[in-house]
Design a protein. Structure first.
Length: 291
């Protein structure tokens, strides 16, 4: 090392050292990213969405940590910066307070992201609905924000500190199975029993329908597809069928298909789906005089 210092001036040696450190930092970050990409690919193939969330979050965290360490070593190599660093350590308390005030929002996002990954109120692939009427599928969770892809294929980017304080509806939390209400109104003079029978048959015949009853309900003899009168409208008797599906996407297809098939069966069997009626009364103006 002394021989190298004799051959190379000190200022150039510092530049070479910084270059080597930065090169090793970039290589280490690239190797880390490659290893994480392999693990993420395996997790995607195995459909381990919980592991996928952890891996994507750790990938960014480790990359940031590697670059921070590399930049720190690069700064430490410069002798002048060492003196500055010692002075900074002497006032570390004040510096920490200043950094805390300056970056409190960024730190809040990072801490919230860590809590989201640890406690998992949602994970990548979950369907979320927010109180702001935003909804979609979680596409990514990183150190700063959560990315949600809505059903128009647009990306909604929400800071972690904001979404962690939101009231969420997670359709995939704990159990993907979901119930779909099929609400249809029939006219007051239509046969309710026939309409119920048609709705039950159409629901049971759909490939996305599953038996959502538990063992107690089966033993009690509850129907596979309950259909009940839920209200009386101005011009209709409103019926509701309870149809279960494995997950929200299949439930959506189930609902749209049943709206069509039940309507066709009602038309065929003579069950009327009414539309509002209006009665118009024309009154003669007694003040008008014939000419």
């Amino acid at each position: 090392m002394d021989a190298i210092e004799d051959l190379i001036p000190e200022q150039y040696l510092i530049l070479v050292s910084i270059g080597i450190i930065l090169f090793l930092t970039i290589v280490a970050a690239a190797v880390s990213a490659k290893l994480f990409r392999r693990a993420i690919k395996k997790s995607e193939q195995a459909e381990g969405l919980s592991d996928l969330t952890n891996l994507k979050f750790l990938k960014r965290g480790v990359t940031v940590l590697i670059y921070l360490i590399g930049i720190g070593f690069s700064i430490y190599v410069v002798p002048e910066f060492r003196v500055v660093a010692k002075g900074m350590f002497a006032s570390a308390g004040l510096l920490a307070i200043a950094i805390g005030f300056a970056a409190q929002q960024a730190l809040a996002n990072i801490v919230s992201g860590i809590f989201i990954v640890i406690f998992k109120p949602y994970k990548i692939g979950d369907r979320l609905s927010l109180q702001t009427t935003l909804n979609g599928v979680v596409e990514d969770i990183n150190l700063r924000h959560t990315v949600i892809r809505n059903f128009e294929n647009k990306r909604i980017i929400i800071p972690n500190s904001v979404i962690s304080n939101e009231v969420l509806i997670n359709s995939n939390y704990g159990d993907d199975k979901i119930i779909k209400w099929i609400d249809i109104g029939i006219s007051y003079d239509s046969d309710i029993d026939l309409a119920r029978k048609i709705m039950q048959e159409e629901v049971e015949a759909h490939p996305n329908f599953i038996d959502g009853r538990n063992d107690e309900q089966k033993e009690a003899g509850e129907p596979l597809v309950p259909v009940r009168v839920i209200s009386f409208g101005d011009s209709s008797v409103n019926l509701r069928a309870w149809a279960w599906a494995e997950d929200p996407p299949k439930a959506f297809v189930l609902g749209t298909d049943l709206n069509e098939s039940i309507k066709k069966r009602f038309d065929k069997e003579g069950i009327e789906i009414p539309f509002p009626y209006r009665t118009l009364v024309y009154k003669e103006n007694k003040n008008n005089k014939e000419i």
